[in-house]
Design a protein around this ligand. Structure first.
Ligand SMILES: Nc1ncnc2c1ncn2[C@@H]1O[C@H](COP(=O)(O)OP(=O)(O)OP(=O)(O)O)[C@@H](O)[C@H]1O
Length: 309
């Protein structure tokens, strides 16, 4: 499949700070790439390099197979972007802001403004001054500007920041529509794995400037760890009975007995039988799958219970 966004050994160092360190990634046509990381992990710096706003210390970026350079004007006709807090002229209305952007971009399509206002549910705020918009609507205006010239590539830094749950769903559906029906290639950064996992086709996890992991979304659920949780009126006895039987377990922060032993997870009924026979029957016994947030924390090494994969 055609590679639309590419970085090769991309690095940005500020003296001793390695804001981005040797990141190589590829996004194919029509893909939604979710770039996930904690605050300060290097997402915005990567995006700024992708957009030619700052120069890499090492490495290169390519959009549509052309190396990113600010002077490469034809490149930017195909790219829409929003980086950090979207900027708008505060004294101008939503419509006036879009109108100015249309003129700056030399967009001749008379329907462009109506189309993006409709897509982003901004029509009701058309005559509202930008300075009076809520954070969520300011964010929508930012995305609307990125879409005005109908670009093939969309690069959005934290596009759902400040949106309420309904707004998040709307933006998610819009981005999915653009990728699936209009074959646009979308790169979005976020610190919310759960949110991004719902729309991204591929996820890249960046931590302290390094790309730790790339996962196809379809494969993500297979990487989630399972754990067995159990409670008993005789916890000490239960733990020693399990240990004697060769099942690794421990008392977790919530006061429950937790185990990552595969045989126990696959055969919880055997565990129940064992504990009943040992005189410490379980009062609760459940096999749980970790959520995406916890997977993300594990991937960046912030939470290591149960050992490594
Ligand atoms: N111009 C700069 N000079 C020095 N350090 C910088 C500069 N820009 C970014 N950094 C540092 O580089 C690291 C990565 O920052 P970056 O803004 O890319 O992270 P981020 O993942 O986008 O974070 P956030 O989610 O908070 O926006 C941080 O430690 C940041 O302080």
């Amino acid at each position: 499949m055609k590679k639309i966004i590419q970085t090769e050994h991309l690095s940005k160092h500020y003296q001793k700070i390695r804001a981005v360190d040797n990141v190589s990634l590829e996004v194919a046509e029509g893909e939604i790439y979710g770039f996930i990381g904690l605050n300060g992990s290097g997402k915005t710096t990567t995006i700024r390099m992708l957009l030619g706003l700052i120069r890499p210390t090492h490495g290169r970026c390519f959009l549509n197979s052309q190396q990113v350079k600010l002077s490469n004007f034809s490149l930017w006709e195909k790219v829409g972007y929003m980086v950090e807090t979207p900027y708008a002229y505060p004294e101008l209305t939503v419509k006036e802001n879009l109108d100015i952007f249309c003129r700056l971009r030399r967009i001749s399509d008379p329907m462009a403004i109506l189309r993006v206002m409709d897509h982003l549910k901004l029509a009701a705020y058309a005559d509202k001054k930008a300075k009076h918009l809520s954070l969520g609507n300011a964010q929508r205006l930012g995305i609307a500007k990125a879409l005005l010239h109908n670009p093939d590539i969309l690069i959005l830094d934290e596009p759902v920041n400040g949106l309420d749950p309904a707004g998040i769903v709307e933006v998610r559906e819009l981005l999915q529509h653009l990728a699936v029906n209009e074959n646009k290639t979308i790169f979005i950064s976020s610190h919310l794995l759960d949110e991004v996992a719902k729309i991204a086709t591929k996820i890249g996890i960046i931590h302290e400037g390094c790309l730790l992991q790339e996962v196809e979304s379809a494969r993500l659920s297979r990487l989630l760890k399972q754990r067995l949780l159990l409670d008993s009126r005789h916890k000490k006895l239960a733990i020693s009975a399990l240990s004697e039987a060769g099942t690794n377990c421990f008392l977790n922060e919530e006061g429950l007995i937790e185990s990552y032993d595969q045989s126990a997870i696959q055969n919880p009924d055997n565990i129940a039988r064992l504990l009943v026979n040992k005189g410490c029957p379980p009062t609760r016994l459940v096999v749980e799958e970790e959520n995406l947030e916890s997977y993300f924390l594990r991937a960046i090494g912030k939470k290591g219970e149960g050992g490594s994969e």
